[in-house]
Ligand binder design. Structure first.
Ligand SMILES: [Zn+2]
Length: 410
C-alpha cells in the first residue's frame, strides 16, 4: 500500500482520548483503529499479532530471519483531546509553493507564524481543513512502522526480531499503564512520535509534584491579633521564597518550579507545584529547596504546613547514557538516507522515559509532523517516506551487527 493511502486510512478513524474518562482505554473509538491495524498487520504478512481488546494494545512480532538483537518500535493510537479529532478531512497540497495555505474561509496556515513551512517547498503537504487536528501525531508514526514492516515482509532483507506496539491514551499520560512487557521481548526500542524527520531525542525532564497543605486558624477579624493564622498569607510567603524559575521564563536545559494549582480560605490552603530538571542533582536540590522553605516556615508557624513530594518520572538519559549504541544507530541510519540527524531534548515526559526505567531503552524519533495538537498540524508525504526509510535502516543496522551488540540493559 502506498504511504499516502495508508496514512489517510488511519486519520479517517477518530481516536481522540479523554482525560476525564474513568475507563482504560479512555475512549472506545481507539479500538476501531486497533482492530483495523490487527487486520492490516496480518494482511501484510505479520502473523504474530496479539490484540489486548480489554486495554486496547496491539502487539506484533515479525520473527527474525538472521541472528540479531531484537528491536522494537512503538507509536500511539490516540490523538490529543486539545483539538477536535472527529470527521477529519485532510487537504492535500501537491508541489507546495511555499505560500500561505487557506484551510477554509476563516483559517489560513501562515508562513509568518509557521516559518518551518518554507522547508517543505516542492513537497506534498497534508493538512486538515482547519476545523480539526490532522492526527499525524501519531498516525504518521503508525504509518511509518507499518511501511517498515511491509518492506521486510516483501523483501528478503535480513532482520532480527522486530517487536511493535500500538498503545492507547498516550496523550493523557496513560499509554504505559497496561503495557504488557512480556509481549515485547526486547531491551531496545524507539518511540516513533517526534516532530521533524531526523529528530532524535533521548533526554527528558526529571519530574516531581510537591503538594502543600496549610492549616490556618480563623478568628473574628476585629479581635484576631495574635490568634488568626491566615493560610492564604502563608501560601504567599511560601511562593515568595521560591526562585522565579517558572515555565514562562525558562527554556532549553533550564529546569523550573511551576505553581500549577492553588486553592484556599483562611483556614486551609492547598498548593501544587510541578518540579522539573534535566540534571539529577539539580532535581534533588530543587526538591530539597521546597522542603527547607517548608521546614523554616513550620518553625515560625507551629508546624501548620504539610508537604508531600512525589516523583513522577525521570530523565531517560540516565539509563541510555551507558548504552549509547541505540542513539548512534539512529543517527547513522538517518545519515544513510541523506537526512541530517538532530538531537533534541524533551521538556516534558515521554513513553520512552517510563519504558527506559522498566528495562526497555527507548529514544524518540521524528515522524515528520509539525504543530501537533492543533488545527494547524501538517506533515509532508515525502517526510513520512523518509522517516519510514530511517526505520528500515535501523532494522538493517541491527541485523548487520548480528550478535555483536550484547544487551546490557536487562
Ligand atoms: Zn504523540
Amino acid at each position: 500500500m502506498n504511504t499516502l493511502e495508508r496514512f489517510l486510512n488511519y486519520v479517517k478513524i477518530s481516536t481522540t482520548s479523554n482525560s476525564n474518562s474513568q475507563t482504560a482505554p479512555s475512549t472506545s473509538c481507539q479500538k476501531v483503529l486497533a482492530k483495523y491495524l490487527v487486520n492490516e498487520l496480518k494482511s501484510i504478512g505479520v502473523n504474530d499479532v496479539f490484540y489486548d481488546n480489554e486495554h486496547c494494545y496491539v502487539y506484533a512480532l515479525l520473527k527474525a530471519n538472521v541472528e540479531a538483537m531484537p528491536i522494537g518500535f512503538i507509536s500511539h493510537l490516540d490523538t490529543s483531546p486539545d483539538a477536535l479529532g472527529e470527521n477529519i478531512k485532510p487537504i492535500i497540497t501537491n508541489n507546495y509553493d511555499g505560500k500561505d495555505i487557506k484551510l477554509n474561509n476563516d483559517i489560513t496556515l501562515q508562513t509568518k507564524v509557521y516559518p518551518d513551512l518554507k522547508n517543505h517547498i516542492g513537497k506534498t503537504l497534508i493538512t486538515s481543513d482547519g476545523t480539526t487536528l490532522l492526527g499525524a501525531d501519531d498516525k504518521a508514526g503508525i504509518t511509518e512502522i507499518m511501511n517498515m514492516l511491509e518492506y521486510f515482509c516483501q523483501t528478503n532483507e535480513n532482520h532480527g526480531d522486530i517487536y511493535v506496539c500500538f498503545s492507547p491514551d498516550e496523550e493523557i499520560g496513560n499509554s504505559v499503564k497496561y503495557f504488557d512487557l512480556s509481549k515485547f521481548n526486547t531491551s531496545y526500542a524507539y518511540t516513533v512520535d517526534g516532530s521533524f524527520v531526523g529528530e532524535i531525542s533521548y533526554e527528558n525532564f526529571n519530574a516531581a509534584t510537591a503538594e502543600i497543605i496549610i492549616d490556618g486558624v480563623s478568628s473574628h477579624c476585629g479581635y484576631a491579633k495574635g490568634i488568626m493564622v491566615n493560610s492564604l498569607d502563608l501560601a504567599h510567603e511560601i511562593h515568595s521564597c521560591i526562585p522565579n524559575e517558572t515555565p514562562s521564563n525558562t527554556e532549553g536545559y533550564e529546569g523550573f518550579y511551576h505553581l500549577e494549582n492553588q486553592n484556599g480560605t483562611v483556614t486551609k490552603t492547598t498548593m501544587s507545584y510541578l518540579i522539573r530538571d534535566f540534571d539529577k542533582d539539580n532535581f534533588e536540590k530543587r526538591k530539597n529547596m521546597i522542603q527547607e522553605i517548608v521546614d523554616r516556615l513550620n518553625q515560625k508557624y507551629n508546624n501548620c504546613i504539610h508537604l508531600k513530594i512525589t516523583d513522577s518520572y525521570y530523565n531517560m538519559k540516565e539509563k541510555i547514557k551507558n548504552d549509547m549504541h541505540i542513539v548512534e544507530i539512529a543517527k547513522n541510519s538517518t545519515k544513510n538516507v541523506n537526512v541530517e540527524p538532530v538531537i533534541t531534548i524533551a521538556r516534558g515526559g515521554t513513553d520512552g522515559a517510563e519504558l527506559s526505567y522498566k528495562g526497555i531503552l527507548c529514544p524518540n524519533l521524528g515522524t515528520g509532523g509539525h504543530n501537533f495538537h492543533s488545527i494547524y498540524e501538517y506533515i509532508a508525504l515525502e517526510d513520512m517516506e523518509k522517516a519510514s526509510e530511517i526505520l528500515i535502516e535501523i532494522v538493517k543496522s541491527y541485523a548487520k551487527e548480528k550478535g555483536k551488540i550484547k544487551s546490557k540493559n536487562k
